[in-house]
Ligand binder design. Sequence first.
Ligand code: HQG
Length: 375
Amino acid sequence: MDEQRVVRVSKYLAKHLRHQPDRIGITLDPYGWVEVDVLLAAAAAHGFPISRAELERAVADNDKRRYAIEGGRIRASQGHSVSVDLDLPVVEPPTVLFHGTVARSMASITAEGLRPMNRHHVHLSPDRETAARVGARRGTPVVLVVDAEGMRASGHVFWRSANGVWLVDHVPPAFLRVTGDAGGVHVRDPRGRLMKRHILTGTPGAGKTAILRWLECDGYTVVEEAATDVIALRQAQGEPQPWTKPSFVEAISTLQRRRQEQAAALPGEVQVYDRSPVCTYALATYLGHPVSPALSRELERIQAQQIYAKKVFFVRNLGFVTPTDARSITFEESLRFEQVHLDTYVSLGYECVPIAPGPLPDRVAAVKKQLEAAS
Ligand code: HQG
């Protein structure tokens, strides 16, 4: 029996065990069951003969175990639009569940939450990947995280079908979020896996920003560098050389932390950071400033919570530096700066992946290759 036939039989079963039993003159009992013999006879009588072996194969091989056979009877495990009582056990849900949908449904979902639509229940998936597959049936998937623990605590009932699909009557909008934890720092995604936050760092004037802009235009989530913005602000405030003050380091690490926390709400599990607190540490060392309390707390936090991937992209110098307002550094100084950065990252257990000088497309491709390999 070939795969195509298995799929055709499975679809036929879905149609008549979930949605239109009357179409072939069968009646499901209140729990959705029908005698296998009755089903096979009805199918044959309506021009779609299925052998018993084919039926068993379609049930056993079904990727999602959509059907259950028990005591000579068969039923769909979930997904009905006809009225049946699946008599499922009420089960304690995990902390979070997932729902895969598409962008065009989001306005309505945000307003009224998830509704069963044509089915009896809202279907939730136990993991992000399954939810993404469910959403992908309709277009580019949007995965929603459902605060199942919060729902249970406020009295919502959860059932689980025989094939592991979680069912609820409704998910109010308050228990939904597109991605990210409820608040604050997003250390792990809701399944407890580490988020993939990658640092792009390097020598001043080495072309880091162009690489980032390219990645951003290609759809990667990019988190901006803090130091250049602190410099720009302070210069606008009438301080031509803000880096000469020790408070400069404090200001950068505070902004860095804020941006990292805000990035928790951004879509995408992969984020590319333009520098990190480790760079700020290297900068303090290079400038001879003390490590401020905010910076030292940040360094401890990113270490303890494993905020960033240990492989760091290091954009190597081009052999020259073009000075700008925010970057008044000679090439020799930039080499010292480069070395301090490399040493600092290595001393904190990071591995620097060099992005060698070369044409921009090659450098972008080198970063992307690593990003893809890491995800
Ligand atoms: C969306 C497949 C607007 C919802 C899959 C979904 C699954 C709303 C669609 C199973 C909404 C309903 C179920 C609201 C929900 N406003 N749109 N308030 N609330 N929606 O097919 O979850 O192959 O009934 O996001 O693998 O996509 O049949 O539900 O896009 O397990 O075994 O309305 O169906 O399994 O679509 O899929 P569905 P679903 P089977």
